[in-house]
Design a protein around this ligand. Structure first.
Ligand SMILES: *Cc1c(COP(=O)(O)O)cnc(C)c1O
Length: 391
């Protein structure tokens, strides 16, 4: 196995921090290459030890913050079971995610419904199963819940800056200042149990200030809630904790130090939780794919893999600083990467790989444990990655 030859890390970073990232990539390629012998289809190789380490590291860094794993990042039942054993709770967006947790014996009280817009059927189902906590960001959703589950505990999803995150969400969800006032007024009118605040800084967020800004806004909103007779109980810091893809990305300890500081002035009566998705699973998974063919078109070289936008590599198209590793050595070249389907969206940006790449070469893509297999479909007849859990 050659070293991950070229990646997107600028030369200005210190050799030590580069070496740490390179070592991490080397380890991921090493545990997945053992599984790739006799390759016949795309694989997502997940390391159980890394899954457990990620949870433990998160909990150790933020002792006051109870993690609720965001199931959508990777909903494989074996992974959910590992997190259950590690003592995490969960965050869901759908009835199917709830069913997956109930099947493992997770108590419904440990499952929080953080999708701000839920179908009436989904609310009815969750309430019947015993889910108590729901997120809201509009008066319409409050009215829906008032009619179906008036005893529910509600937390307002507020808007917060998504600057510096790779997948911003601002705009789609989150109540504005005026929206928050309207939600408080509506909760009062229907006598609903409004008792928490949440926000989501956007996924793979490397801007620590977004969490601090969210916590400060929450403190102000708690004051507003108290003034109207509500009793705040919950601060939910949402997701967004990044996988360290370059030495410039903050570690979970960097983020925790700032968050812990900001939490010091929060009353003890308020329980604090977070919803890590990517951080728990991202660095635990390496995707293994095979080259279908190469093509030279004028000056540009194209490399087609057997999995692509539809098959688990959606995030490559977003220009993530991911490193692709091949077993070949030699000078690298900037390839235009594409998936196997005939759709024009199935193009995955430009990436360095050896110039001599050929059909049937394997390509290893570390840090793909989140939002890869869980987002894949078999469009055009190409199989989704098969997940393998290794110790
Ligand atoms: C997706 C999602 C998360 C997880 O986000 P990550 O970036 O994977 O940590 C957490 N909370 C909510 C409400 C989400 O929609």
């Amino acid at each position: 196995m050659n070293q991950p030859a070229v990646n997107s890390v600028p030369a200005s970073f210190s050799d030590t921090s580069r070496a740490l990232i390179d070592e991490d990539i080397r380890q991921q390629v090493s545990f997945s290459s053992a599984e790739a012998a006799g390759y016949s289809e795309p694989l997502l190789v997940m390391s159980e030890q890394r899954l457990r380490n990620n949870v433990r590291r998160f909990m150790q860094a933020m002792p006051r913050v109870r993690p609720h794993y965001a199931v959508k990042a990777n909903s494989n039942p074996a992974i959910l079971e590992i997190f259950r054993q590690e003592g995490t709770c969960f965050e869901i967006a759908s009835s199917a995610e709830l069913d997956a947790l109930l099947a493992l014996g997770v108590p419904a009280e440990e499952v929080f419904y953080s999708n701000p817009i839920k179908s009436p059927t989904a609310v009815k189902y969750a309430a019947a199963k015993g889910v108590r906590w729901y997120s809201v960001d509009s008066t319409e959703e409050l009215e829906k819940i008032a009619a179906i589950a008036p005893q529910a505990k509600l937390y307002i999803r507020i808007e917060v800056s998504n600057e510096g995150s790779s997948w911003p969400l601002a705009g789609k969800f989150g109540a504005s200042r005026a929206g928050i006032a309207a939600i408080i007024a509506t909760a009062l009118q229907y006598q609903l149990n409004l008792c928490g605040v949440t926000f989501h800084v956007g996924s793979q967020c490397t801007n620590i200030n977004n969490w601090l800004e969210g916590i400060r806004s929450a403190k102000t909103i708690f004051e507003q809630m108290i003034a109207k007779g509500f009793t705040p109980e919950l601060l939910n810091l949402g997701g967004g904790y990044p996988v360290q893809l370059t030495p410039a990305d903050p570690t979970i300890e960097d983020i925790a130090a700032a968050i812990n500081d900001e939490l010091e002035s929060l009353p003890e009566s308020i329980q604090v939780m977070a919803e890590p998705g990517r951080y728990f699973v991202g660095s635990a998974g390496c995707l293994v794919s095979q080259v279908v063919g190469v093509a030279t078109r004028d000056q540009s070289r194209w490399l087609y893999l057997d999995t692509g936008f539809y098959g688990g590599l959606m995030e490559l198209e977003q220009g993530f600083a991911l490193t692709l590793v091949s077993q070949r050595t030699g000078a690298a070249e900037l390839w235009s990467l594409a998936g196997p389907t005939c759709d024009s969206i199935d193009v995955l940006g430009k990436h360095y790989l050896p110039a001599t790449m050929q059909a049937e070469d394997l390509v290893f893509i570390p840090n793909m444990g989140a939002y890869s297999a869980s987002c894949a479909c078999d469009f055009n007849g190409f199989p989704v990655p098969k997940m393998l859990l290794v110790s």
